[in-house]
Design a protein around this ligand. Sequence first.
Ligand code: B4P
Length: 198
Amino acid sequence: MVNFLIFGPPGSGKGTQSVKLAEKFNLVHLSTGDMLRAEVAAGTELGKRMSSIMSKGELVPDEVVIEMIAVRVDNTKDSAGFLFDGFPRTVAQTVALEKMLNKRGMRIDLMLVLDVDHDELVSRLVARAEQSGRPDDKDPAVIENRIDVYKSKTEPIIAYCRDRGIYQPVNGMGSIQDIFNRLCDQMKNYPQTPLKGG
Ligand code: B4P
């Protein structure tokens, strides 16, 4: 069992890369953004409450995402490993994740941090808005707010993980394939990383 975090600002490519990495390394991909958008799309009570927070580019409350992740981890605990995408996003979520994993005899093995220039983040999200229709990509002020929220609330996790010796920065500029290759180079250093089919 090996557990990775994929980390970085909005638009850094976490979701894009996670789909490819989970397939290659046979990991369960858990994206809190996807889970929350599914709640909104299904019109659940939770989705209705979270939708206005997300459309402003703010973070939903810690306890909401911690509970969502705990349920998924318990439902798939016989898997070869997890790839956490967009979670944790606060130090409190990180502490909760560590506790949740430790209780089940697991830990966070590596935090992969995608480094991407500010202008590139904005241009990727503006481009995505045209196809995705995501309300949080449509308004440039909301994009800037998401980047500010990342800096103030999410980035402090880097120092926390660096102290634990699990922080690994990765250049997130360039083609999707080049970035994927850089991430794979880091992940395959883990002897217990399961490769699909063997
Ligand atoms: P997320 O769904 O996590 O989304 P994100 O940060 O916007 O995007 P990501 O980095 O995954 O970008 P992607 O690969 O898609 O969060 C959305 C919202 O949900 C948050 O703002 C928050 O409100 C809420 N939320 C989620 N998790 C939470 C938590 N734990 N706690 C509290 N709130 C939470 O890439 C973006 C675009 O760039 C795509 O169009 C892609 O095609 C393109 N792209 C990717 N790589 C590229 C490359 N190398 N070159 C060119 N384009 C590229």
